[in-house]
Design a protein around this ligand. Sequence first.
Ligand code: SF4
Length: 451
Amino acid sequence: MGTFESLKTKVGKFRLADKTLLLPEMSRAGCALIAGALRGYGINVQVMETYTGLQLGKQFTSGKECFPCQITLGDVLLHLEREKEKLGDTFRPENYVYFMAEAGGPCRFGMYNKLHRIVFDSLDGLSKTRIASITSDDSYALGGLMETGDRAHFRRTAYFAVVLGDVLDRLLWRIRPYERSAGQAEEYFEDSLATMVQAMVRYGRKRRFRRILDTLEEVAKRARDLIDPTIPPKPLIGMVGEIYLRSHRPSNQDLIKLLEGYGAEGVIASIGEWVNYISYDSMQKAAREVAFAIRERNLSGLRKHAGDWVRYRTELTYQYLRLDQVYRRVNKHLPIHADHRISRLERQLDNDRLFSFQVGTEACLSIGGALEYCLHGFDGIVNVFPFTCMPSTMCSAVLKPILDRMQIPYIDSAYDGTFQTNKEAILRTFMYQAAQHQKKRLAEGKLGTGH
Ligand code: SF4
């Protein structure tokens, strides 16, 4: 079978029933919860150990690819190699489906699963392992991955899982800088994650979200007691950037924990924000198509695009409803950092004529998100991204001069798997500047309103 044929027939929306779905880990909490949701739907899923296969990922790439592409390739190659060792003659590569989503241009995320396909096809046996994919182009429609009746429900359950994962992360980042004794926050996080995964497996498919929220509230109730109230507020650091790198602790060398070690309280832009952005962007595109169809007096086009607009609008409204429910339950017991509303980010960028959402990619979210942090009294911004990442480089070019004028400390933190010898000096200097910013802010009576 030729390469192009293989890309068409072995990358797509295949039925997952009776297969083992291999999920690469991005955010630990989010992936564990999505896996829990999938298990509830009867899908056999394995979240692969991550980053230990990096050498394999590098061995089968040229070095010009995006870093997340190399990491995820290494994860799946090592996982399948281990399965082969474990199962011996009974190993059947066709029994596995590897999951790798994609996004439309202009950056390279649409190419990861194509490159992974080519590598699979070049290896003995793995040409039979198919790659399941969903795309931001149709707002992550599940297509043939699941039975028709389950699709709409699962999409909503998966969104719920993503938001729960975000909130568990935010609880960890809220507690850890102020914990009464070292290690308590991480213990609490692991324990809470296991509890929430169980709840997701049990109630996710039945869509008994209220039961899951009750469990979350029990988890949140325990959080406040872990905080030592005598520790004064620390400089607030907002982290934006490329979604994989900023969420994947091993590849960003656990930057948030490192910053906490130098005196910060940090928060990283959420994964839910990206999902909301995809729905918002699809809705805006449909609105533009509606306007075009009216101008062209194209009645059938008008009907189709108006229908799409209503669908995306409903989806976004539903997502915000769930998101608010989840954050409200936690905030009752311990206020955590709020999530950004996409329309607000766009209005702000448009009004100040800083950047346009129509450029696409994550750059608009990172630029808008960073400015939103600044408006809420944050003391420093970090842009985290894979070395040579295109949207993050745009973000850096736009943010640097603006934050310089606003006198808010800013750094870029790029990663490619190597260790920078001067990283510590950069972070210490940045945190010194952030502490100065906090001192000045407090002297002016401006409280951080991040949470
Ligand atoms: S966002 Fe950056 S890392 Fe991700 S595919 Fe695009 S260029 Fe590569």
